[in-house]
Design a binder for this molecule. Structure first.
Ligand code: BES
Ligand code: MN
Length: 471
């Protein structure tokens, strides 16, 4: 690949990425519906400009899927590229040093919501494709792009599409760039992602809020009731108290645990620089890697109810709501865990409260074998450009569509160009520009190497193998 593309085009690329990041495509907020569609339109225009003869917005009950096919290159392998153009809400807004949708470069880093998760990485793949087309005069392989707008909000459009038309996933490999390096200088591929079971718990104890003097002492308080229930779902030392929730959890293999022990890891720096707290919490007899990669969690994301405005209001709240989720690990299924949560909450609910659990969305955990030759090709590309092959690690995060991407048997390569301190879902999310520029070279090189060697990767006898294992 002609490596001058990046040097030559940097100012234009930065401008284009800034335009993309300026669109507040917050998929979970109805008020941003139009903006989310604008991000899809931006991709459509970009893919058309890149010379894709097929570019479709596929509609469903939610935000559209952007689907594109590059020009047919006979005799060459096919790569399916997945990413998402939606982002998480930017709150708390006041903690951003510069506004989340005004992309700003400081100290070689581009700050904006979506800079790393995932618009910046989607952009990296698009520009890698542009770079190889630019260098060779034509694409060296067949590519298909599938970009969804509901990854962060648990939408169904892309699921419905792939379940109805699984042949869209027929490819020699699937490339997903929605994660990060293990550490600066250490590219990674992911062997597992956690699943998710996200729910809302609502409690009503009264028909209306009451004066806390006149009725305090006798009237049941909805917030207090909710907090009592929540506090019994997890112990102070980090054990989830939902009956049977650990029963089907599969432990990592000895080989995996051994490999994790060899990873360079400075727990103090991790606590200080990434976690930014005073101590790590959770099950102390398990390592940090086990706790974030191989064990389920229970988190409270937010609680609404009563009075939280300025000043004081003496009130007994009638109604309270909590948003909670569990991260799930191999062996668990989100539908089953959802039922376990419903049961546990209803067993804890006092008779005089109306307590309701609503499951908002979920995804199963996945495990991905990384022995397929496509992974070695990616390693070669990383080695050439950044001087190191990937380390195999897991991620504590979730990408619910991954099992569907492997439906036709193609190996799913989960990797990324972010860094661990990018601040995904946090204020001041960023992407290091050096990672973006080298990432364009890595994936450009990967496309070229995969064009030469990726076709032989498909099973000769046409048999299909399990590319992604749920459970
Ligand atoms: N890119 C993340 C997933 C991720 C996080 C991978 C960290 C590797 C490391 C993804 O966009 C994400 O945040 N997903 C959501 C999915 C959920 C809303 C269903 C998540 O994990 O919270
Ligand atoms: Mn993401």
């Amino acid at each position: 690949m002609d490596t001058s593309f990046v040097d030559r085009e940097q100012p234009r690329l930065l401008q284009e990425l800034s335009d993309f990041l300026s669109i507040p495509s917050v998929s979970t907020l109805p008020a941003h519906g139009v903006d989310t569609r604008r991000a899809a339109d931006w991709l459509r225009a970009e893919l058309t400009r890149l010379g894709c003869p097929v570019v479709d917005l596929i509609e469903g009950d939610g935000h559209p899927v952007v689907w594109a096919e590059g020009p047919v290159v006979p005799g060459r392998p096919t790569l399916l590229i997945y990413g998402h153009y939606d982002v998480q809400p930017p709150d708390p807004l006041e903690e951003w040093d510069t506004p989340p949708f005004t992309p700003t470069v400081r100290d070689g880093k581009l700050f904006a919501r979506g800079a790393a998760d995932d618009k910046g990485q989607v952009f990296c793949l698009l520009k890698a494709y542009e770079a190889v087309v630019d260098a060779n005069g034509q694409p060296p392989l067949n590519v298909r792009f599938i970009f969804e707008g509901e990854e962060e909000c648990g939408g169904r459009v892309v699921f419905d599409l792939l379940r109805a038309e699984p042949e869209r996933t027929r490819a020699d490999a699937v490339l997903v760039c929605d994660s990060s390096f293990y550490a600066p200088g250490w590219p990674a591929v992911y062997t597992a992602l956690r699943g998710l079971c996200y729910a809302e718990i609502s409690v009503r104890t009264l028909q209306r809020d009451l004066h806390s003097g006149s009725y305090g002492g006798v009237a049941p308080n909805a917030l207090e009731t909710l907090v009592r229930i929540l506090s019994r779902l997890k112990s102070a030392d980090g054990e989830i108290r939902i009956p049977k929730v650990y029963k089907s959890v599969e432990e990592p293999t000895k080989r995996e645990l051994k490999a994790w022990r060899k990873l360079p890891f400075d727990e103090d720096a991790f606590l200080r620089e990434e976690v930014t707290g005073k101590a790590l919490t959770g099950l102390e007899d398990h390592s940090v890697f086990e706790r974030v990669w191989a064990l389920p969690t229970f988190e409270i994301h937010g609680i609404r109810g009563g009075f939280v405005g300025d000043g004081a209001k003496t009130v007994i709240p009638a109604h309270a709501v909590a948003k909670v989720s569990l991260r799930l690990v191999p062996g668990q299924r989100y539908e089953k865990v959802g039922r376990q949560l419903e049961r546990a909450v209803s067993d804890l609910a006092p008779d005089w409260a109306d307590v309701k659990v609503t499951l908002l969305h979920g995804g199963d955990p996945v495990q991905i074998p990384v022995e397929h030759p496509a992974f070695a090709i990616l390693d070669d590309a990383f080695e050439e450009v950044v001087g190191r092959r990937t380390v195999s690690i897991r991620s504590g995060g979730s990408i619910p569509i991954i099992p569907e991407l492997g439906l036709a048997g193609a190996p799913v390569i989960l990797t990324g160009i972010g860094l661990p301190d990018d601040g995904l879902h946090s204020p001041n999310e960023k992407l290091d520009l050096a990672q973006l520029w080298s990432g364009i070279r890595v994936f450009g090189r990967f496309f070229e190497l995969f064009a030469e060697r990726g076709g032989s990767a498909r099973a000769e006898d046409g048999s299909e193998r399990e590319a992604v294992e749920t459970v």
